[in-house]
Design a binder for this molecule. Structure first.
Ligand code: AMP
Length: 175
């Protein structure tokens, strides 16, 4: 029996001072390269919610896509990308949120979710919660219901969960 939490911790690599001094980047590429860990993560997210309960999985650019796509397949749900401004080709809806320095804007295609859709948001890391909160707002503005947020890793010292009080936040590992 695999201890998934232990495996995830072992396969996420800390990279100091990336992409800028003072940041410890959580690199999930060793986890993705381990088929047991990757499959375990996908299964754990699907099992938490239960197959057939979700209509669409929203993946957040870019590492979120990698996890969200197999999750969508196993749920029997559609996949919807949320991307940085300017990357989606058709008509979009956008949300801007605060970063430590400056702001970020993310977009969803205007027709990607519909009223009545039950939507799960998936990303690799929950840090301050700004990105996930903005993604949830984009989905809700389309009239859909956000069932929750699933992440591999929650950086609890950044208190993202506090910023997302109206969301069911499911993290496989918390540090
Ligand atoms: P936040 O909006 O602060 O919750 O940041 C979440 C987004 O930034 C996610 O899409 C993560 O992939 C990325 N991110 C934030 N902090 C880190 C980190 N320390 N290591 C890797 N990715 C991070």
């Amino acid at each position: 029996m695999v201890d998934l939490g232990k495996l995830i911790r072992e396969r996420i690599r800390d990279v100091d001072d990336y992409p800028k001094p003072g940041v410890v980047f959580k690199d999930i590429t060793p986890l993705l390269a381990d088929h047991v860990a990757f499959a375990g993560v996908v299964d754990a997210i699907v099992n938490y919610h239960g197959r057939g309960t979700i209509d669409k999985i929203v993946g957040i650019e870019a590492r979120g896509f990698i996890i969200a796509a197999p999750v969508a397949y196993h749920f029997g749900a559609g996949f919807v990308p949320v991307r940085k401004k300017g990357k989606l080709p058709s008509q979009t809806r956008e949300e801007t949120y605060d970063l430590e320095y400056g702001t970020e804007t993310i977009e969803i295609h205007s027709d990607a979710v519909e009223p009545g859709d039950r939507v799960l948001i998936v990303d690799d890391v929950l840090a301050t919660g700004g990105t996930a909160g903005a993604a949830a707002d984009l989905v809700r503005r389309g009239g859909a219901e956000v069932v929750g947020l699933s992440v591999l890793l929650e950086l609890s010292f950044l208190r993202g969960r506090d910023r997302l009080r109206n969301l069911d936040v499911h993290s496989l590992v918390t540090v």
